[in-house]
Design a protein around this ligand. Sequence first.
Ligand code: ATP
Length: 237
Amino acid sequence: MLNVEGLKAGYGRSEVIQNLSLRVDAGEAVAVIGPNGAGKTTLLNALMGLNAQASGALTWNGRALGPGTAQRLRAGMALVPERRELFGGLSVIDNLRLGAYLRRHQARGALKADVDFVFGLFPVLRERQSQMAQTLSGGEQQMLAIGRALMSRPRLLLLDEPSTGLAPRITLQILQALDALRASQGLAVLLVEQNARLALRFSGRAYVLEMGDVVLDGPSSELARDPRVIDSYLGSG
Ligand code: ATP
C-alpha cells in the first residue's frame, strides 16, 4: 500500500534519514525499532509530509504521493504524534471532531457515527466526552490522540512511541484495540517504538533503524530471535 524508496529527511545541514526504503501493506502491523536519536520520529514526520526537507519516492497503491500533509491525509494516512498534541482546553468530543476537519463537508451523521466508533473502541472516552482533554490521564490522552487520528478514516495509522509515559498494561490495552481494528477492518499500522519487546510482539514485520539507516528487517518473530536484536534491544529482561 505505502512504498517508500530513497527517503531522505533532516534539519538544516543535518541529514537524519539518508536513503531509506520501507513498505507497509494493507492490514499489516509493521514496527520500526531503534535507539534514541536513530531518526524514528523524523521518519514518521517525513512520511506524513511534516519534514520540509524530505525527498524520495513515495507511492500509495502504486501512485506517486505528492508532498504535503493534506495529500497524505487524503490518501489515507494519519499520524499519532509522540507528544499527542491534543487541544488541552477543548473537550474530548471537540478534539475528536477536529480530527475529521478534512471531511467537514460530509454529513453530520457520518461524523457522529465516527465519534461513536471511537467511543466503541475506547469506551472510557465516551464517559469523559465533555471533559477537557488536559484533565485526562496519560492513557486516556493516548486513546484520544489515536481516536482523533482515526476520525480521518485512515487506512494506515502512524504511531509514534505510544508507550511513552504509560504503564505497560495500558499500552498493551491500546495496542490490542488497534490489533482488533487491523483484524476486522484491515487498518495498517506503522509503529515506532523504543520498547522493542512490545513492538516486536505487536507487529508482523519490523525494521531496525540505526543512525537513519535500516540495518535489519524481517518478520518480527525472526528479529526477536536474532542475536543482534537481542543484544542491542531486548537485553536479558
Ligand atoms: P527519540 O526516540 O529520542 O525521539 P528518534 O529515533 O525518534 O529518537 P529523532 O527524534 O527523529 O529520533 O531525531 C533524530 C536526530 O534528529 C537527532 O539527532 C535529533 O537531535 C535530530 N532532530 C530531531 N528533531 C530536530 C529538529 N527539530 N531540529 C534539529 N534536529 C532535530
